[in-house]
Design a binder for this molecule. Structure first.
Ligand SMILES: *Cc1c(COP(=O)(O)O)cnc(C)c1O
Ligand SMILES: [Zn+2]
Length: 449
C-alpha cells in the first residue's frame, strides 16, 4: 500500500463532500457540482521541492515500468491509489517541446514553443488522462468490482484513446460519436481497436447527455472528462512543460478549449507545483475557442458574470465543436486564478494559422490552428513582451485531420480562401518539363510577389 492518499472532492467549497476513488460517482451527490481529485498535500510536502524535481527527472523516459511514462513518473501526484501491476500505460507524455524558431522569428517572439501533445499513442493529448482512468477501472476490477464496460461520448479523440487503452487492458469500450462529425481517422481508431461504436444522429452535446444517462442507469463506467480522474493525467502537461525548461515557468500558455477539461487540468498542474514549492510563479493562461463554438469566450466578454451554453455551429476544429462544456466551472475558476484571457478564431483564421506554421516544419491539426490564430491576434494587440516565453499547446497530430489539410490546399473547404495553398504539380515525365517546373517554382519562392 502506498503512503500517499487522494480522493474525490466536491469543487463547491461550501459543500466539500468527499468520496473515495473506487466509488463510481461523477458529480457531487449532495449538490450536483463537479468533483475533483484532491491529494494529501501535507503528506506530499514531506518531500522537498528539490527531492520531487530530482525524483521526476530521474524517472523521465526511464525504462522501469511504468515510471518511464511521464504520467506515471509522477504517480504520487497523479493517482497513487493504483497498484503498479494494474497500470495500463503506453508510455504517455514526454512529448517534444518544439522550439518554433522560424515561426517565432517571423513574428518577433523568439522564445516561442509548441508542446506537441499529439505525438502520442493515439495521436492526441487524450492519452494522458485515459491511462489514469482505465488504470483505475482495472484496479477496481482487480478488487472484485463488476464493471462490464467503459463508455464515452466523443468528438473523436477521446473515443480513440478509450478504445486503445481498453483494448490493451482487455476491457470492453462503448463510444458515442456524433454521426458525420468526426474525421475518418478518428472513426477508424475505435473501430480498429474493437470498441462498440455508436454513431448517433445528433451533435456532441447530444451524445454527452445520452452517455451520461446510460452510465447513470446502467452499470457502465463513464470515461468523459466530467470524470476527474482524466484531469489528473492531463495536468502532467504543465508539470512536464516546466520540467522540460529545467523547472522554469513560461510567461504564457495558450491552449485550445472545447469541453474545457484540458484548460482546467493545465491550471491544476501549475497550482500543485506552486503549492509544493517546485515553482515560484504562475504563467498567464489563454484559452482559445473556435468562434463557431464559443460559450466560454462569450462569458469572458461579460467578466464571467454570466454564462450561457450555445448551440455549437459547424467548425473545422471538430474536436472543440461543443456548446455546453462540462468543465465550465472549473475552467472559469482557473482562468480567474491565472489572470486568464479567452480569445476566439474564425474558420479562416484557424485554417491559415495552421497552414502558415506548417511551413515552418510542424503539421498542425485545426485545434492547434485555433491556438496559433489566437496567439497571432494577441501578438498583433501587443499582449506579449518580445522576451516572453510563450507556449502553444498542440493537442493532436495533424495526420488525424487529413480531410481538413487536403481541403485547405485544394481550395475545397467551404467559405475558406486559403492564403498558403500548395498543390502537387502534375507533369508529363519529361526531363525538360520537370526542370522547368523546378526552376520556375524555386524562382517564385525566392521572389514572392
Ligand atoms: C479534446 C480536444 C480538445 C479540447 O479539449 P477539452 O478538454 O475538451 O477542452 C482540443 N483539441 C483536441 C485535438 C482534442 O482532442
Ligand atoms: Zn457538493
Amino acid at each position: 500500500m502506498t503512503e500517499y492518499r487522494s480522493w474525490f472532492q466536491c469543487i463547491n467549497e461550501e459543500c466539500g463532500e468527499t468520496y473515495s476513488l473506487d466509488q463510481i460517482v461523477y458529480r457531487c451527490t449532495k449538490c450536483d457540482n463537479l468533483l475533483e481529485v484532491v491529494h494529501d498535500i501535507d503528506r506530499l510536502k514531506k518531500r522537498s521541492p528539490e527531492e520531487w524535481r530530482s525524483l521526476f527527472d530521474s524517472r523521465y523516459r526511464h525504462r522501469i515500468w511504468p515510471y518511464g511514462s511521464a504520467v506515471w513518473g509522477k504517480k504520487e501526484w497523479v493517482c497513487p491509489y493504483v497498484e503498479d501491476e494494474n497500470v495500463v500505460s503506453m508510455y504517455e507524455g514526454a512529448t517534444n517541446l518544439f522550439w518554433a524558431e522560424r515561426f517565432g522569428k517571423q513574428i518577433g517572439i523568439e522564445d516561442l514553443w509548441i508542446k506537441m501533445c499529439g505525438n502520442s499513442h493515439t495521436g492526441s493529448f487524450k492519452d494522458l488522462g485515459m491511462t489514469v482512468l482505465v488504470s483505475v477501472v482495472k484496479q477496481m476490477i482487480a478488487d472484485g468490482r463488476d464493471i462490464p464496460a467503459v463508455a464515452c461520448a466523443s468528438t473523436g479523440d477521446t473515443s480513440a484513446a478509450l478504445a486503445a487503452y481498453c483494448a490493451a487492458a482487455g476491457l470492453e469500450s462503448i463510444v458515442f460519436l456524433p454521426k458525420g462529425k468526426v474525421s475518418v481517422a478518428q472513426l477508424l481508431q475505435p473501430i480498429s481497436n474493437g470498441a462498440i461504436v455508436l454513431s448517433l444522429d445528433t451533435d456532441f452535446d447530444g451524445c454527452m447527455s445520452m452517455v451520461q444517462k446510460i452510465c447513470t442507469e446502467e452499470n457502465i463506467y463513464l470515461a468523459n472528462s466530467i470524470n476527474s480522474l482524466r484531469i489528473e493525467g492531463q495536468k502532467t502537461i504543465s508539470i512536464e512543460l516546466c520540467q522540460q525548461f529545467n523547472w522554469e515557468v513560461p510567461e504564457w500558455v495558450i491552449i485550445p478549449g472545447g469541453n474545457l477539461g484540458n484548460v482546467s487540468a493545465l491550471g491544476k498542474g501549475f497550482k500543485m507545483m506552486y503549492e509544493l514549492g517546485l515553482i515560484d510563479k504562475l504563467p498567464r493562461i489563454v484559452c482559445a475557442q473556435a468562434q463557431n463554438a464559443n460559450p466560454l469566450y462569450l462569458s469572458y466578454q461579460k467578466n464571467f458574470e454570466e454564462y450561457h451554453p450555445v448551440k455549437a455551429q459547424k467548425t473545422l476544429a471538430s474536436a472543440i465543436q461543443i456548446g455546453d462544456p462540462v468543465s465550465i466551472n472549473k475552467a472559469i475558476k482557473v482562468l480567474k486564478e491565472f489572470d486568464g484571457i479567452v480569445e476566439q478564431a474564425s474558420e479562416q483564421e484557424l485554417s491559415d494559422a495552421a497552414a502558415m506554421v506548417d511551413r515552418t516544419g510542424t503539421f498542425n491539426c485545426p485545434h492547434t490552428g485555433v491556438a496559433l490564430a489566437v496567439f497571432l491576434k494577441l501578438k498583433e494587440r501587443d499582449f506579449f513582451k518580445p522576451s516572453d516565453k510563450v507556449i502553444i499547446i498542440s493537442t493532436a497530430h495533424g495526420l488525424k485531420f487529413i480531410e481538413f489539410k487536403i481541403g485547405y490546399h485544394n481550395g475545397s473547404l467551404e467559405n475558406i480562401a486559403p492564403k498558403f495553398p500548395n498543390m502537387p504539380i502534375e507533369l508529363p515525365a519529361e526531363l525538360g518539363a520537370v526542370k522547368r517546373a523546378i526552376f520556375e517554382n524555386l524562382e517564385k519562392r525566392a521572389n514572392p510577389v
